[in-house]
Design a protein around this ligand. Structure first.
Ligand SMILES: NC(=O)C1=CN([C@@H]2O[C@H](COP(=O)(O)OP(=O)(O)OC[C@H]3O[C@@H](n4cnc5c(N)ncnc54)[C@H](O)[C@@H]3O)[C@@H](O)[C@H]2O)C=CC1
Ligand SMILES: O=C(O)C(=O)C[C@H](O)C(=O)CO
Length: 254
């Protein structure tokens, strides 16, 4: 059950990685609010856009883009603004939590990981801020993760980026608050997307993780949508520079 936010009707929303996983649930959730949604991702999402149009009678604008290609990312932001009006809601969601062994990481892997998981976030924000300033404000939601709060081993380049996203978020909130641009992070817990199930979920790992949650059910994509809509809408008008955690209540120490 998701609340309705009347101010999101007609809002111009841009989502990175909006065609699969949590991002697809976000595209669905914003379309259900009557927003105009543009999203980017690397792989073809035309069939998903068709399905969304059939469901909502409101087609999202899919723009193929690798978010590590910053000129292309900026061009997509410009194309989305031309189609839907100035972007007033930006969701930096695309990421890659590829596991890695610290002693095997080389500079190329490190740079690849930061390019997706941190650099694209900075330049995604930079691309939408002038339009938000001209529009009199906006809301940016940067996806982080509880991964760095848990201090989990096995993906330090990813957790470093997730931690960096919170620093980025707080600094941008300070710099652009006077323009009425709000910048918040959202840190999900373990959300059982198809990719997580295919790549990382084992019975043992899931049981260990659920033991750390207060609420003993796994999270699904839709559990994240309500928090993002709230941060996007004027219902959170005096909230900025924060990290909203949706993780079923994971104990972060021990
Ligand atoms: N699923 C989980 O358990 C958790 C997810 N998160 C965060 O939530 C966000 C979404 O995660 P998921 O839906 O699980 O991820 P996912 O891997 O299922 O989807 C990520 C999306 O980003 C796109 N993408 C990846 N690299 C890209 C690139 N270079 N250029 C363009 N698009 C690219 C993918 O195509 C996909 O649409 C991420 O920021 C992730 O760090 C955080 C904590 C836990
Ligand atoms: O990709 C992530 O970020 C996560 O999967 C965070 C999870 O809570 C996790 O890593 C559980 O082991």
């Amino acid at each position: 059950m998701t609340a309705t936010y009347p101010d999101l009707e007609g809002a111009s929303v841009f989502i990175t990685g909006g065609g699969s996983g949590i991002g697809a649930a976000l595209t669905d959730g914003f379309l259900a609010q009557g927003a105009r949604v543009a999203f980017v991702q690397r792989s073809d999402a035309s069939a998903f856009a068709d399905a969304m149009e059939a469901k909502h009678g409101n087609r999202p604008l899919f723009l193929p883009c690798d978010v590590t290609d910053i000129p292309r990312l900026k061009a997509c932001v410009a194309e989305a603004a031309a189609a839907h009006g100035p972007i007033t809601v930006m969701v930096n969601n695309a990421a890659n939590d590829q596991r890695h062994d610290t002693l095997q990481v080389d500079e190329a892997f490190w740079d690849w990981s930061q390019a997706i998981n941190l650099k694209s976030y900075f330049f995604g924000c930079q691309a939408v801020i002038p339009g938000m300033q001209a529009a009199g404000g906006g809301s940016i939601i940067n996806f982080s993760s509880i991964s760095y709060m848990m201090g989990g081993a096995g993906y330090p380049a990813y957790t470093a980026a997730n931690s960096g996203i919170n620093g980025l978020t707080r600094s941008l909130a300070r710099e652009f608050g006077p323009d009425r641009i709000r910048v918040n992070a959202l840190a999900p817990g373990w959300v059982l997307t198809q990719k997580q199930k295919d790549m990382w979920v084992t019975e043992e790992a899931l049981a260990g993780h659920l033991a750390r949650q207060c609420l003993k059910e796994p999270l699904v994509e839709e559990d994240i949508v309500g928090g993002v809509l709230f941060l996007a809408s004027e219902s959170s008008r005096m909230m900025t520079g924060q990290a909203l955690v949706i993780d079923g209540g994971v104990a972060v120490t021990g």
